[in-house]
Ligand binder design. Structure first.
Ligand code: HMG
Ligand code: MG
Length: 304
């Protein structure tokens, strides 16, 4: 069995975007340096979204040139203005983001799902012309449940996934359990629909779980059972949540993901102890103790 796996670290973007306390750019740079030092490679560093909507990431233009060597970085781009800003900085990997729920899409990007697909089709077409070797990820948030309108029909999620694959032409898809409600059978159900009917490359589908209710690792295990899914998103220290998704506490902690994958025989290339320390300065600024389970355990082990 192929035991290769790819972790997409979203801490600097998804982890920090919701924090009201301004985090100095030096601290963000230090956080990313620590993540790279731990062995993480794919890192979603920031967003080129409206600074009015997400003030915490309004420093993305200053941060981007400071990103340390050793990482492969991407950033969220919601529209033409975001693309223009990203291209000025030479960004080669972008992520567009819609949702499986109309209400969530409206609250998050002020567009309907249809408008978001039309917008992203143009953004991605322009990006491909500007950066022929560029790479595009497409997010489908609220893939299982919407914080405003409740449970989402998996067929609807599949439909939006297919719009991103065939209309927008994304290279990779990330399926977000934005509010951390899903359980393994729901993941298995959606995985089955995707395996049968996804219009893009099934091996390029990532899962983005939140651990709000403690189901994230069980959901990773459920996705792995299909033997085709090899990309998982997570956030160091379990930081984060979406500012436009009430109750979206805690992304799956990268420490929990790394521990689980390594123990299951997958090679992540990440040093757990170095990773466990990576978010400590950010947590200290925010006045929080480390809370991710495998992070706490790794720190305790290191201090013995
Ligand atoms: P809007 O207000 O409809 O935009 O927002 P607009 O076009 O009317 O522009 C309003 C103002 O923003 C204008 O400035 C624009 O120039 C400016 P003004 O004239 O008022 O001074 N503006 C921009 N400035 C900088 N960069 C830009 C940009 N665009 C407009 N790109 C918009 C529409 C899409 C911009 C807004 O809704 C937005 O930025 N939303 C982003 C929200 C966000 O980042 N949410 C979190 C990410 S999604 C998530 O976390 C889920 C995920 O992690 C997966 C999961 O967990 O499930 C991906
Ligand atoms: Mg998230």
């Amino acid at each position: 069995m192929d035991r290769e796996i790819r972790i997409v670290e979203v801490g600097p973007r998804d982890g920090l975007q919701n924090e009201p306390t301004p985090i100095p750019i030096d601290l963000k740079t230090d956080f990313i340096e620590r993540l790279v030092a731990s062995g993480l490679v794919h890192i979603e560093a920031t967003s080129f979204v409206s600074p009015k909507w997400v003030p915490q990431l309004s420093d993305s233009a200053e941060l981007w040139p400071r990103l340390p060597d050793g990482g492969v970085y991407s950033a969220l781009v919601p529209n033409a203005k975001g693309l223009e800003r990203a291209l000025e900085l030479g960004v080669e990997r972008i992520a567009v983001f819609t949702a499986a729920s109309e209400e969530f899409t409206q609250k998050n990007i002020n567009m309907s799902i249809g408008e978001s697909i039309t917008t992203f089709r143009q953004v991605v077409a322009d990006f491909r012309v500007a950066v022929p070797r560029g790479w595009v990820r497409g997010y489908v948030s609220a893939a299982f449940e919407c914080p405003f309108s409740g449970r989402v029909d998996p067929e609807k999620t599949l439909e939006v996934c297919n719009l991103l694959a065939s209309e927008v032409g994304v290279d990779e898809l990330s399926i977000g359990d934005t509010i951390g409600v899903a359980t393994p059978s729901e993941v298995g159900n959606l995985a089955g629909l995707l395996v049968n009917d996804y219009a893009g490359e099934i091996g390029h589908v990532a899962w983005h779980f939140h651990d709000t209710r403690g189901t994230a690792i069980a959901n990773v295990a459920a996705a792995l059972e299909w033997d085709v899914f090899r990309i998982f998103d997570s956030s160091a220290g379990g930081l984060g949540g979406c500012p436009y998704a009430p109750g979206a506490g805690g992304n799956l902690a990268t420490e929990d993901l790394v521990y689980f994958l390594e123990r299951e025989g997958y090679a992540t290339g990440v040093d757990l102890e170095t990773l466990a320390r990576a978010s400590l300065p950010v947590l200290e600024l925010l006045g929080r103790q480390p809370a991710a389970k495998a992070q706490v355990a790794a720190l305790a082990l290191a201090s013995r």
